[in-house]
Design a protein around this ligand. Sequence first.
Ligand code: MRU
Length: 338
Amino acid sequence: MRTLDWENGAIIAIDQCVLPHQETVLHIDTVEDLIAAIQRLAIRGAPALGIAGAFGVALATRERMRNGVLDEAGVRKDAERIASARPTAVNLRWGVEQTLTVLAGGPEAVVAEARRLMDEDDRRTHQAAANAADLITELCPPRPLRLLTHCNAGALATAGPRGTALGAVFELAERGHVEFVIVDETRPLLQGARLTSWELARAGIPHRLCVDSAAASLMRRGLVDCVVVGADRITANGDVANKIGTYGLAVGAAHHGIPIVVVAPESTVDADLTDGALIEVEERDADEVRRVLGMPVAPETTETFNPAFDVTPAELITAVVTEARIMGPRTVPAGRAG
Ligand code: MRU
């Protein structure tokens, strides 16, 4: 199945909170449940959030239909709540706004539009991944590559079968160009460990998991040919918001002369924002840091910083690759490996 779809008047989605140990399918048939699923990250990843937002409007139209009359104002209120369930990934609001354009057509038109967006995003994501694979091949040495990825930008993060950054990895693996993938575990919620490792294992691609703080030293040891990540929002000047830790990877990659390639569909580009300083970065609950998988690892009163994302300035990114264009590539700085 797709990681996210629409079936019999409900969103069906793999519950990403319980992977990799349980493969549970959620049936979400109310706006309230959708917002809760998005906020606890059962559905996550920018492109997947876009499609969830689109189907969320479909849920709202079903809930707001009384005696054959659609309460459009009510749907718009619900739509706003869905769009602001998480603030950083622009795709969520994009998916909501796209489907609202056909609201007058009622629930069926909204579902049809959400399905259309899902199929289109799937095609776009696939193309972006293929473009990125071509570029990475050009940028890197002509041998099976050691690729480092962060968080999860695979099938689980999109409504398609392969994803963005991980889609590029799958493409390169099919071409015989991958030696292994280094997977950052991605504290605090471990999307790399739980989700990316799961996807790579299912695809039979060699990979090694590391703690986030190992990445820079692996670069220094010459074990990383390219960093490849997804994005939650890309501003007009090419700044990129992505999972917290991406900025550190970009700093490390620049220091060691390693290319860093961002892969995303155009729906992740927010041309209305001139630069990354304007991106709202979601701050999440302190217990995500004070606990690991529910187990306390710090005193309960410890104060925390828990930004879910960071913003990497365009000058540190080698290229942003979408289905339609390549922003860059910038020259990779002369590195200091070993
Ligand atoms: O908090 P998450 O898990 O939704 O964060 C996801 C990421 O940061 C991904 O890298 C990004 O959405 C790109 S997914 C193709």
